[in-house]
Write a protein that binds this ligand. Structure first.
Ligand code: NAD
Length: 486
């Protein structure tokens, strides 16, 4: 069986304490690799390598050369596109159609976009008067922050990891990555690409393992790590923030959500149905800004529910490389237990199940997979657990509303603030409603349409800070002001 090792100081490294765990294909339950589990010792090695690289060739490298190398990383991923694609699909079970259009191309693009951005972004300067009349010149310079700890989730493994590694390296930092234990594969492959294209040793390090008591916690506690960027659950963010309080280390958090979609009476129903099918069920509902609450104007409610049901029942489940397949399994049996708990809870809380609600039979070969039915409910009270907690599965609750104010109030009625989507053909309404939504990401008549130059992140309990475009540079670099007396 294949071994997936840590990647420290440019070399694959096995588990120092001989601890290994299984990497499982969630489509059929098969073990596809044995993964080294790291702890304090491996994290310490990786952080030392990252600190040494900062002080070495990488730290002294001219910006233009650094950017050239990052472009080569993107090209290196694209040159091994099929290998990355297979690895991602086997780790997650997600359809090839999705990984080949989103995960892998975006994983590569994240290196190019931030390399270009850092090279071109201006900093401020101010000429000032002084009492003696000679004046002074202020100008800002950006320095790398140092060693960045990157902790990433399993839903879009390469894409979300490189979304952090790309800007971190572009700003001149070095990184220690702790990928999700569910999806270790592409982070390891990226180490090979880093070596192939000539990224100096110690710039990109990977230590595999779990969170508490394992590599994740060790990374957050290591005093040699200058800042942590994390994408995952809000509860995990709380634990990481506490660890980072020691040493006053900066954090950037992209956390959970309980995102709403609003379908106004003047919506183009074809677009609203197509968009909601994607936002609720793409990646088996495991997208942070996916929709789990849908509010539909009462005049269009029955029509919407019926058409969404037809769409959900038309999704094609199956093995990832079947070109017809657009719906894969959940990430694991353990996650399926959690999601099925909410399916049961919905019925206890009085939901009408419009479709789904259980586990499909996928044939003997996939009987040990983490398959689940896409599910739509109506009729739940606003204070029900299912309407309020993030489920992170292929399900949504649809509720009618009567006017714009009510729809906005319902959408905002959550401790989360990641994303919202609304559907309207009225230009005035689009601009009126958007600023009233208490979220970081707002889509009007679309979903998951992303320009990587724009800010990305959540408000309330969905995150701290913004990544993307120039906004990420605030986190990945230190701005120092130089004041020169003339
Ligand atoms: P998770 O919080 O369980 O795990 C994420 C990562 O954190 C994993 O690598 C895990 O090993 C590590 N970890 C867990 N506990 C830790 C600890 N105490 N210290 C250090 N590291 C620890 O999240 P997940 O289940 O992998 O991902 C799903 C969650 O991620 C959902 O809540 C989803 O909304 C969120 N998410 C958010 C965004 C966003 O951009 N806002 C994007 C994707 C996923």
């Amino acid at each position: 069986m294949k071994d997936i090792k840590h990647f420290i100081n440019g070399s694959p490294v096995g588990s120092l304490e001989s601890r290994w765990f299984d990497d499982i294909n969630p489509a059929n339950g098969e073990v596809i690799a044995r993964v080294a589990e790291g702890g304090e010792a491996e994290i310490d090695q990786a952080v030392s390598a990252a600190r040494a690289a900062l002080a070495g060739e990488w730290g002294r490298m001219p910006v233009a050369r650094r950017m050239e190398l990052l472009h080569k990383v993107a090209d290196g991923i694209n040159a091994r596109f099929e290998e990355f694609l297979q690895a991602e699909c086997l780790d997650t079970g997600k359809p090839r159609s999705m990984a080949s259009h989103i995960d892998i191309p975006r994983g590569a693009a994240n290196f190019k976009i931030f390399a270009d951005l850092v090279k071109n972004v201006p900093t401020e300067s101010f000429a000032m008067d002084t009492p003696d009349g000679t004046g002074a010149l202020n100008y800002a310079i950006r320095r790398p922050k140092g060693v960045i700890g990157v902790i990433s989730p399993w839903n879009l493994p390469l894409l979300l990891m490189t979304w952090k590694v790309g800007p971190a390296l572009a700003c001149g930092n070095t990184v220690v990555v702790k990928p999700s234990e569910e999806t270790p594969h592409t982070a390891a492959l990226l180490g090979e690409v880093m070596n192939e294209v000539g990224i100096p040793k110690g710039v990109y390090n990977v230590v595999h393992g779990f969170g508490p008591g394992s590599a994740g916690e060790a990374l957050t506690r290591h005093p040699g790590v200058d800042a942590i960027t994390f994408t995952g659950e809000t509860r995990t963010g709380t634990a990481i923030m506490k660890a980072c309080a020691d040493g006053i280390r900066d954090v950037s958090f992209e956390l959970g959500g309980k995102n709403a979609a609003i379908v106004f009476e003047d919506a183009d129903m074809d677009k609203a149905i197509e968009g909601t099918l994607r936002s609720a069920f793409a990646n088996c509902g495991q997208v942070c800004f996916g929709t789990e609450r849908v509010y539909v104007h009462r005049s269009r409610f029955d029509e919407f529910v019926e058409r969404l049901r037809q769409g959900a029942e038309g999704l094609r489940m199956g093995w990832y490389d079947d070109p017809e397949v657009n719906f894969g399994p959940l990430i694991s049996r353990q996650h399926r237990e959690k999601v099925l708990g909410y399916y049961r809870k919905a019925e206890e809380e009085g939901a009408t199940v419009i479709t789904g609600g259980g586990v499909p039979y996928m044939g003997d070969a996939m009987a040990s997979g983490a398959w689940i039915q896409p599910t739509i409910w109506t009729g739940l009270p606003d204070d029900s657990v299912v309407v309020n907690e993030e489920i992170f599965g292929p399900c949504c609750h649809v509720r009618p509303f009567d006017d714009e104010d009510e729809a906005i109030r319902l959408a905002n009625d959550t401790p989360y603030g990641l994303a919202a989507t609304f559907w309207t053909e009225s230009l005035g309404r689009a601009h009126r409603v958007a600023p009233r939504l208490e979220v970081g990401l707002i889509w009007v008549n679309s979903w998951f349409l992303r320009d990587l130059r724009t800010a990305f992140g959540g408000s309330k309990q969905s995150g701290i800070g913004r990544e993307g475009g120039v906004h990420g540079l605030e986190f990945y670099s230190e701005l120092s002001n130089v004041c020169v007396k003339l």
